[in-house]
Design a protein around this ligand. Structure first.
Ligand code: ADP
Ligand code: MG
Length: 687
C-alpha cells in the first residue's frame, strides 16, 4: 500500500485546474498523468531575461524585457506570410514583433496600437530589421513585475504551450508534501543538498546543481535499494538445484569449439544452477559472441535434470529464429523443442500447451505468450530471457517475478554497458561476460563519408545489390520530430527505389502497423528484398548473414553504443562487411571523436565506456529521453557521478535495516513508491 503522505502526488492530472479533455493527449504524450509526473518534469533549460530601457542596451540574440509602443500592423498581401507588429522603444528604435500562423489572431488583441506594452522575448535581426519572433510574454503591467526574469523551459508536446505547462507544474509543486528524509544526515551535509521538497522547487527555478543532483540521487538510491530487495528476496527463495548428469551435453555436436569466454560463462551458470536458490544471472555479450550456445547448455542442464526450460524473445521474428537455431544445434540430443507466439492459435496452440503440461516438450521458445496465465508447465525450472535490455528495468522485474517463481533465470543482453550502468540496471544479478568473439570473424570495414557523396554511396549500393548481396540503410530518428524523421525515411525509401527498382527495397519504421512491419522485415530476412530502409527500430538481434553493407545517415547524431548496435547487424556471414557512416558538414569535437572511435575499434565494452564519457549536452539522439537507462531524472553524467554513492548508501541501509522498519527505512519505503520501485517493497514480508 502506498504511504498516505504520497497521495497528493499520485492524484490524477485532471485534478489540476485547467486540465480538460483537450489536454489529455498532449499530456499523455509527455507521460504526465499524475501530479508526481508534473513535479518531476524538470526544465530542459532556463531563459535569463534582462530588463532594458531601450534596444540600444540589448544585443542581438539576447532575451530581453522592454517597453514598446505598437505603431503599425503589417501583413503580406497574400495573407500567407507572417503577421508583423511594428513597435518602437523609448528612444525611437523600431522592432518588428513577428507572428506566424494562428498566433497572429491574438497579436492584435494583446498589442493594441499606440498603447505601451511590456514585451519579453529574444531579440533577433532579420535583414536590417530588429525583430522578436513570437514574444514569450506581452503585458500591460511592466518590467520586473512581469514575473521572473529567469524562466524555466519545459519539453512540450503538440497542443501544449510553455505558459500552460508552467502553470500546471506550479500547481503540482504546490501540492508536493514535505517528506521524511531518507538520506543520511552526514551525506546531506557533505553534499550540501537541500531537503527533498526544497530540491524539487529549486530545480524548477534555476540551474541548481545541488537540487538536481539530490533528486537524481534519490532516484538512483530507490532503484539500487529495490534491486537489492529483489536480490535479497531471491536469496531467501528455495530453488530446485539442477545438476544434470551431462548426458545431453555430451551428445551435443556443435560445429565449432567453444570460446574461452563461453566455457567460463557456462561454468558460472552451472555453478548457479546447482545451488539451493534460484539463479539470477545476466549474460552480457556483444552481437555474435555466441550467447545462444551458452543458453542451450544451460537449458540442457535443466532437461538432464528432468525439468523444462523456456526461452523468451522480445519479438515474434526473434522467437522463430531462435527456434530454428536451437533445433539445428540440438539435433543430436533428441530433446523436444517447440515455439509459441501470439500468432499460434487453435489446434497448433492447444497441442503445444498440452506438451508443456504433460512434459513432452522439453524446451519452449516464444514471446511473452509463453507466460500467459493459460500456459501451464509440468516442471519449468529455467527461464532464459533474450535481449533483456529491450525490457525496461521495471517491466523486466515484473516479468521476471511472474516467470520465475522458484525457476532459475538467465538474462541475456547484446548491449555491452559500462560497469556503473550494469550496477544501475542489473544490480540484482550476477554478471557473466562474453568478452571474446568466436575466432575467424572478419572485422567490419568502417568508413566515414561526407554526406555530399550520397550519389557515390547509392552507386556503391547498386553494385553491392547487383552481386546478390543485401544491405541496411538507417535514417536517424529524433524523438521531438518523429513525423519529420519518418518523412526522411520515406523519402530515402523512394529515392532508393528509383535507383534500384521497386522490388529491391523495403521500409520499416515505428509508425507502420505491426503486421506490415513484420511482413516487410520478413521479406528482407528471407532475402526476397535486397535493401531494408529503417529508422533505428531495426529489430535487435535479427540475423541476416547475407546483409554485408550498413549505411547510417547523419551518423554523428547517434551515440556510440547505438552506432555499435547498428553496425552489429552486419559482419555475420562469411562475406567481408562494410559500414558506411555518412556525416553532415558541421561536426562537433565529440561527434568527430565518436566517429573516429567507431573506425578504431569493434570492442563493444570499450565503446560503451567511451559512450558514457562522450555523452552530455544532450546533443546525441535520444539522450534527453533518459528513460533509455531506465531513469526519469538521472542523466548519464549523474549516473556515473552519483550511482556508486547511492548504491553504497542503499547497501548500508540494507545491512542495518533490511526490513526497512526503522525511521530511515520507513522514509526509504516512501522513496521506493515515489520512484515507482514498489515491487521492492512488496517483496518485504508484510510490505
Ligand atoms: P549472439 O546471440 O551472442 O549475438 P549467436 O549465439 O547468435 O550470437 O552466435 C552468432 C554466430 O556465431 C552463430 O552463427 C553461432 O553459430 C556462431 N558461434 C557461436 N559460438 C561460436 C564459436 N565458439 N565458434 C564459432 N562460431 C560460433
Ligand atoms: Mg542472440
Amino acid at each position: 500500500m502506498r504511504p498516505e503522505v504520497l497521495n497528493p502526488l499520485f492524484a490524477g492530472a485532471d485534478s489540476l485546474k485547467g486540465v480538460g479533455p483537450k489536454l489529455e493527449k498532449p499530456l499523455e504524450k509527455l507521460g504526465l498523468s499524475r501530479l508526481r509526473d508534473f513535479a518531476f518534469h524538470l526544465p530542459e533549460r532556463f531563459i535569463d531575461r534582462r530588463v532594458v530601457a531601450n534596444l540600444d542596451e540589448a544585443a542581438v540574440g539576447e532575451n530581453v524585457i522592454v517597453e514598446l509602443t505598437p505603431t503599425q500592423y503589417r501583413q503580406s498581401r497574400s495573407g500567407r506570410g507572417p503577421f508583423n507588429v511594428l513597435a518602437s522603444d523609448a528612444i525611437g528604435n523600431v522592432v518588428s514583433l513577428t507572428y506566424f500562423g494562428r498566433a497572429s489572431y491574438s497579436a492584435k488583441k494583446s498589442l493594441p496600437l499606440n498603447e505601451k506594452r511590456w514585451v519579453a522575448g529574444k531579440l533577433d535581426q532579420y535583414g536590417d530589421m530588429l525583430q522578436i519572433v513570437h514574444p514569450d510574454h506581452v503585458s500591460a503591467e511592466g518590467g520586473v513585475a512581469m514575473g521572473a526574469t529567469r524562466e524555466p523551459v519545459y519539453a512540450l508536446s503538440e497542443g501544449l504551450t510553455q505558459n500552460r505547462l508552467q502553470a500546471l507544474i506550479e500547481q503540482a509543486l504546490d501540492e508536493a508534501p514535505e517528506l521524511p528524509e531518507w538520506i543520511e544526515p552526514g551525506q546531506l551535509d557533505r553534499k550540501q543538498w537541500p531537503a527533498w521538497r526544497d530540491a524539487l522547487v529549486l530545480a524548477h527555478q534555476g540551474q541548481h546543481k545541488a537540487a538536481r543532483d539530490r533528486l537524481a540521487y534519490d532516484e538512483l538510491f530507490a532503484s539500487a535499494l529495490a534491486l537489492m530487495l529483489v536480490k535479497a528476496d531471491n536469496k531467501r527463495r528455495k530453488g530446485v538445484p539442477l545438476r544434470g548428469d551431462g548426458g545431453l551435453r555430451e551428445k551435443l555436436r556443435l560445429p565449432f569449439e567453444l570460446t574461452g569466454a563461453q566455457k567460463r560463462s557456462i561454468g558460472e551458470i552451472e555453478g548457479d544452477l546447482a545451488q539451493g536458490h534460484p539463479m539470477l544471472r545476466l549474460l552480457q555479450g556483444d552481437v555474435g559472441s555466441g550467447k545462444t550456445a551458452v543458453a542451450l547448455h544451460a537449458m540442457l542442464v535443466a532437461v538432464e535434470s528432468g525439468a523444462q526450460a523456456a526461452m523468451l524473445a522480445p519479438t515474434e521474428i526473434l522467437a522463430r529464429q531462435h527456434y530454428d537455431t536451437l533445433v539445428e544445434m540440438a539435433r543430436g540430443t533428441g530433446i523436444e523443442i517447440a515455439v509459441l507466439t501470439g500468432r499460434d492459435k487453435g489446434k497448433a496452440r492447444e497441442s503445444i500447451l498440452m506438451g508443456l503440461l504433460d512434459g513432452s516438450i522439453d524446451v519452449i521458445v516464444g514471446t511473452h505468450a509463453i507466460f500467459q496465465d493459460s500456459v501451464a508447465y509440468r516442471n519449468l525450472a529455467l527461464v532464459v530471457i533474450d535481449e533483456q535490455h529491450r525490457f525496461g528495468v521495471n517491466q523486466r522485474l515484473l516479468l521476471q517475478q511472474k516467470a520465475r517463481g522458484t525457476a532459475h533465470c538467465l538474462a541475456m543482453t547484446a548491449t555491452p554497458i559500462p560497469r556503473t550502468l550494469t550496477l544501475a540496471q542489473y544490480g540484482e544479478m550476477e554478471v557473466s561476460k562474453l568478452d571474446e568473439l568466436p575466432p575467424g570473424r572478419q572485422p567490419i570495414d568502417t568508413r566515414v563519408i561526407a554526406n555530399e557523396r550520397l550519389g557515390d554511396v547509392v552507386a556503391g549500393l547498386r553494385r553491392h545489390v547487383g552481386e546478390g548481396k543485401q544491405a541496411y540503410w538507417v535514417c536517424p530518428m529524433v524523438r521531438e520530430h518523429e513525423t519529420e524523421d519518418i518523412a526522411a525515411a520515406e523519402e530515402r525509401f523512394d529515392t532508393l527505389r528509383q535507383a534500384l527498382g521497386e522490388n529491391a527495397v523495403t521500409l520499416v519504421h515505428g509508425q507502420l502497423p505491426a503486421d506490415v512491419k513484420d511482413a516487410n522485415m520478413a521479406r528482407f530476412a528471407s532475402g526476397e528484398v535486397a535493401v531494408l530502409v529503417a529508422t533505428t527500430v531495426i529489430e535487435v538481434g535479427v540475423n541476416v548473414p547475407n546483409a554485408s553493407l550498413m549505411v547510417i545517415e547523419q551518423a554523428e547524431r547517434f551515440g556510440l553504443a547505438q552506432l555499435h548496435q547498428l553496425r552489429g547487424r552486419v559482419g555475420r556471414g562469411a562475406e567481408k562487411s562494410v559500414c558506411l557512416l555518412l556525416r553532415g558538414d558541421t561536426l562537433s569535437e565529440t561527434g568527430r571523436e565518436r566517429l573516429a572511435l567507431m573506425r578504431e575499434t569493434q570492442d563493444g565494452f570499450r565503446l560503451a565506456e567511451e559512450d558514457l564519457r562522450l555523452r552530455g549536452g544532450g546533443e546525441i539522439l535520444g539522450t534527453r529521453q533518459s528513460g533509455e537507462q531506465g531513469f526519469e531524472l538521472a542523466c548519464p553524467e549523474q549516473i556515473s557521478e552519483l550511482l556508486e554513492t547511492a548504491h553504497d548508501d542503499a547497501r548500508l541501509l540494507m545491512d542495518r535495516d533490511g526490513g526497512l522498519t526503522g525511521s530511515r527505512g520507513e522514509a526509504a519505503r516512501i522513496a521506493l513508491y515515489l520512484f515507482e520501485r514498489d515491487y521492492g517493497v512488496q517483496l518485504l514480508r508484510g510490505g
